[in-house]
Design a protein around this ligand. Structure first.
Ligand code: BGC
Length: 683
């Protein structure tokens, strides 16, 4: 491969080489026709292949050929704790990307969820580096199985949207290496990601896409990464630094492609003898090797496919396993289909479409089954399924802002969404919707509230100000619970919300995510017991954001810089150490059945922990056996080091084997159903 790439390189002129290392359109580089080198075609993103844009502006082309399979967001995937599903979902994305003729799919996002307020958390997996890496690696292998490159992003410490272009992350190097880098390491080492995207923010005084420490020292030297480094769109700020820092391709959001830092300005510096041409050669060589790996020069390349029934089935599989049953106190769930004759769904998320929002993760979904549609089709025509909106959003000044990306380099690139301004007509409208919903609720046998967030809040380019539920939902839920105490509450969102106002009053609480095109079907199946929920929280659900270390000990979102003073104590690592009770802990998720744990032991030679899990309840179901290391020498109370998901039929037992990477001395292993529901301790 090296030889073939070198042979091609020799034949290229400087102009041709320069064309290959920067965007020549918004989502592709220039090819070299005379030598049969195609352009490198890229597309977002993590939940499906994004719609087509004009080559040089952000107008969508709007043909009917770019509707795609809409996959659950990465937070939903992470809630499955299922490595096989991660592979399968990656494989769907890769096959669809190839089917759409792409070479690089700009996913997955593996940034650590440092604060629940980060607007892009829905694109990320978890607060835990191990869980993120364990799922990102198979996801990437799945993508790349289709002769398409994954592009793991955003390297590194890109944990907020506010001032994302200019914010300087102040972080101790040891913390960076222990918490924020391992998922990237796993993505490139275990997942073999062919490409990686540098982040917008600054680290140790330099933007990540021209950061010698990150790209040269860590990525190339220590991790021996030979793949292609792509900039985030508009994340480069200096020709010389970018050229010398091991960045391979500069992309941006503006149409002045020749003026990109690694375009004409770089060519000039080479011609003036300020930068060696070999710097460009290295980049082009890596790009050519990528093209060879992707079979871009041969006839053998896989052709992919999109919108296949199999892909929809996979989207459904992931959605089913992503639903997290947070609370089910009186066993109100599952509902019995045959006894459900009159149902009222309340809340805009019962019928909201999410696929078209969120920033660069937006897609044109072939379809999206809303919860309302899912429940209605599930129950059929003999049941009455009514809907009350209950609340409404702020009125939009304009229709969707389709050109947001073009403007995304303005004003620091992102901000914190502030509370909506009081507005009499909105208040009146909400009052009326609330009154209607409350009066209807009393009339129905079964009432299901479906609210939470949407992509006005979980979105690229903005962080949330706090965890409060928007649109006065707290008030609505409290009033509804007065007339309907057994109301089932379903929250949809990519990040936790503050539920303290009513959490003690609800018996049943379900968390759904942006769960893809089949999300509404999956939710209906869970509510009516055809699917036994097995999702587990991949992040701590704090009571409110001040219970999260980034806010309690550190800064978020900071100003020009942001101090990560909480250090290592991110997510449950903080809550355990500082004894801060969360609303729902990391790893939590209930089932309709009951699992009992027995006989855990360590196979030291094989580095495995083995235990027996029995399904002693009435439903078949899946359990995620979680193993936490508790070591005297550790800075943490406990740390996730292994997990395994198993399906066990009612009345049966399974021997579960959890692989551990290391078995340090003086360690006990806590085995359980969540980080705070430990069933066995093994020495
Ligand atoms: C985002 C990236 C995305 C790129 C291209 C940027 O705004 O940060 O995640 O891949 O745009 O759309």
């Amino acid at each position: 491969m090296q030889k073939q790439a070198e042979e091609i390189l020799k034949q290229l002129t400087l102009d041709e080489k320069i064309g290959m290392i920067h965007g020549a359109q918004l989502f592709q580089t220039a090819g070299v026709k005379r030598l049969g080198i195609p352009p490198l075609k890229m597309s977002d993103g993590p939940m499906g292949v994004r719609q087509e844009f004009e080559p040089d502006n952000w107008k969508t082309i709007d043909h009917t050929d770019d509707y795609v399979t809409y996959l659950p967001c990465n937070s939903a995937l992470a809630a499955t704790w299922n490595r096989n599903l991660a592979y399968e979902m990656g494989s769907v994305l890769g096959e669809e990307a190839r089917g759409r003729g792409k070479d690089v799919i700009l996913a997955p996002g593996v940034n650590i969820k440092r604060s629940p307020l980060c607007g892009r958390n829905f694109e990320y997996f978890s607060e835990d580096p191990y869980l993120t890496g364990e799922l990102a690696a198979p996801f990437i292998r799945g993508v790349q199985n289709w002769d398409v490159a994954a592009c793991v992003k955003h390297f590194a410490a890109n944990n907020q949207e506010t001032e994302r272009l200019w914010v300087e992350v102040e972080i101790d190097e040891e913390v960076l290496r222990e918490i924020y880098l391992p998922a990237f390491y796993d993505a490139v080492k275990k997942g073999g990601s062919y490409t990686i995207m540098g982040a917008y923010n600054l680290l140790y005084g330099e933007h990540c896409c021209q950061n010698d420490f990150l790209l040269n020292q860590v990525l190339r030297k220590e991790w021996e990464y030979d793949g292609v480094v792509i900039s985030d769109w508009g994340a480069v700020h200096d020709t010389e630094k970018a050229a010398l820092s091991q960045l391979d391709i500069e992309m941006s959001v503006t149409p002045d492609f020749d003026q990109y830092y690694m375009a004409e300005p770089l060519k000039k510096k080479i011609e003036d003898g300020e930068i060696e041409e070999s710097v460009v050669d290295e980049k082009v060589l890596r790009i050519l090797k990528l093209m060879i790996k992707l079979h871009m020069f041969d006839k053998e390349r896989k052709s992919g496919a999109y919108n296949t029934p199999e892909h929809r089935a996979k989207a459904l599989d992931v959605a089913r396993e992503s639903v997290v049953l947070l609370k089910n106190e009186e066993g109100l769930l599952p509902l019995k289909k045959e006894d459900t004759k009159r149902v009222l769904l309340i809340g805009e998320n019962a019928e909201c479409i999410h696929s078209n929002g969120g920033g660069s993760a937006e897609i044109k979904a072939l379809y999206e089954i809303s919860p309302l549609m899912g429940i209605k089709t599930h129950l059929g025509g003999n049941a009455e399924v009514a809907y009350a909106q209950g609340y409404c959003r702020e009125e939009k000044q304009e229709e969707q802002d389709t050109n947001w990306q073009e403007r995304s380099l303005e004003n620091g690139g992102g901000s914190t969404k502030t509370a909506e301004a009081g507005n009499q007509s909105l208040e009146e409208k909400r009052d009326q919707l609330r009154r209607e919903a409350v009066s209807l609720a009393a009339e129905y046998d079964t009432v299901i509230y479906i609210g939470g967030l949407n992509h006005d809040h979980d979105s690229e380019g903005n962080d949330r100000e706090n965890m409060k539920l928007p649109y006065e939902q707290d008030l609505l839920i409290k009033e509804l619970l007065l007339v309907k105490p057994d109301m089932i509450v379903v929250m949809i969102g990519g990040s936790p919300v503050d539920m303290t106002a009513w959490i003690e009053q609800v018996y049943t609480l379900v968390w759904g995510w942006y769960a893809g095109m089949e999300g509404g079907n999956a939710l209906a199946e869970v509510l009516f017991g055809e699917i036994n929920p097995s999702g587990k929280l991949p992040e701590t659900f704090y009571k409110n954001h001040m219970d999260c270390s980034a806010h309690a000990l550190g800064e978020f979102p900071g100003g020009k810089s942001v101090a990560y003073s909480e250090g290592f104590y991110v997510g449950y690592r903080y809550n355990d150490k500082y004894d801060v009770a969360p609303a729902f802990c990391f790893g939590h998720g209930l089932s309709y059945t009951i699992f009992s744990y027995e006989n855990a032991w360590l196979d030291r030679e094989q580095k495995k922990l083995i235990c027996t899990v029995k399904n002693v309840g009435q439903y078949d179901g899946a359990e995620v056996v979680q193993v936490y290391e508790r070591s005297k020498d550790s800075r943490y109370v406990q740390e996730l080091k292994g997990f395994e998901k198993v399906f066990i039929k009612a009345g049966e037992a399974a021997e579960v084997t959890v692989t551990l990477e290391e078995l340090p001395e003086d360690t006990v292993w806590a085995v359980g159903s969540s980080s705070r529901d430990i069933r066995l301790i093994v020495e």
